[in-house]
Write a protein that binds this ligand. Sequence first.
Ligand code: ATP
Ligand code: MG
Length: 484
Amino acid sequence: MSKKTTENAAPATTNENESCHGRILVVDDDAFILTLLSAWLEDAGHEVRTTENGDDAIALLPQFQPNLVITDLRMEGMDGITLLNEIQQYNAVLPVIMLSGSAQISDAVRAAHQGIFEFLTKPVEPDALFRCVRAALLYAGNTGGSQQTNSFAPEIIHQSTVMANLLKQAQRVAKSRSSVFIGGSTGTGKELLAHAIHRASPRADAVFVGVNCGALSEQLLESELFGHEKGAFTGAVRKHSGLFQAASGGTLFLDEVGDMPPTLQVKLLRVLQEGQVKPVGAVDSVDIDVRIISATHHDLELAVKRGEFREDLFYRLNVIPLYIPALNERREDIPLLINHFLAQQAQQDDLDELPRFAPDALDYMMSMPWPGNVRQLQNVVERCSVLSVSPIIPHSLVKKALRDSENKFQTLQEARDEFDRNYLHRVLRMVGGNMNNAGTVSGCSEKELQTLLQRHRIDPNEFRKASTEDEAASPQEGDGIRLV
Ligand SMILES: Nc1ncnc2c1ncn2[C@@H]1O[C@H](COP(=O)(O)OP(=O)(O)OP(=O)(O)O)[C@@H](O)[C@H]1O
Ligand SMILES: [Mg+2]
């Protein structure tokens, strides 16, 4: 190691590092490097073990269970590549960072092809090391938690506390017959949650019937939901019993209920109040036995205030409200979701090697606003996995895939909402969450700001801490403009 690096003091631990701790095994036959790296990493809050050779490192794996291995390439006895192979036998997804002198570039290329996470040239700069360690730990999904194994909904990938609490609540309410309303922006997983609630309910053996209330014309939706007699209207060539009856004993999922036309809202309310449905053109009503789960990406409370959605129906549907937070409010879920979608795609495409994102690509994905939430993330991961010509997906490809995914045409309301959210985040970040200053900067009264923040569920307090972190960190590309 050169003099320059050995004289580097351990950098102050940044908040970025504090939020991402792991167990790190460092392997190098140079005792001085071991001491230096372990001092840096321990100061940054990681748990560190060191060994001077590959054999001892392998012996330590089952006992220490590292989240990351940092190893020298050239060592006495077992070299770094052989150690990498052994590690991969033990755990194929354990990230390995390889250290080497710059002259050994052909070894580096060889190692990259064998699936090292990142290659760092000696002398190691602390900032480069920390960036790389952070990305590797995020890749491994080890940001201090792990996928909460929950038999209630194992398909809902998460490690954030907000999601864990939401799922606990959902699991409890699944048992009852009460109507559940699921709110949340587009692509947050509302339909996935509706299915999970049904499966955990006493109605699990009966059917789950879903209908998208925004996708059908008023007449069609009415006859789909309530049924119709033969000849009830032009085109009604045979009797149709309707989804309320089809879902008997099970669950009826009214997706995008916020898009239901007002006249149908009245009819739906009547059906729910009376527990009976009368098909269009029929004389008699039929008893129904369904559990209603509804969802919308609109702010239904606001729609009620504006007179666009009936208040009485809102209360009927909203007996148990569940709100799925946007992906950018639970960024710790991102690495797990990425790994999940990569694995899904690899299985679908029958790939031998699981692709993964380069550290800077992963960092970029962690910092993006994801207005299309999990669906957009899934879309980007799939695109990258398909388009990447190497098993390590580069930053440039992620940028392109994200741009393409954002080109989906938005409605005017979606575009306005997105602009408002971006703008509010930008202002709050700028003024460190101070509402007085936010008012001055934006030219809005505090009351107007409060209303907007409430509507977009933004808490100004969260920007108090974030703003000091931002000042410490170097600015990200598009920071404050695209970040939500
Ligand atoms: N936590 C999660 N784990 C795994 N996959 C998820 C998760 N959340 C969402 N998805 C996936 O993301 C996609 C979008 O989810 P879903 O259709 O449930 O969202 P939504 O909230 O109903 O969206 P929209 O409002 O646009 O209808 C689906 O492919 C779903 O499987
Ligand atoms: Mg949906």
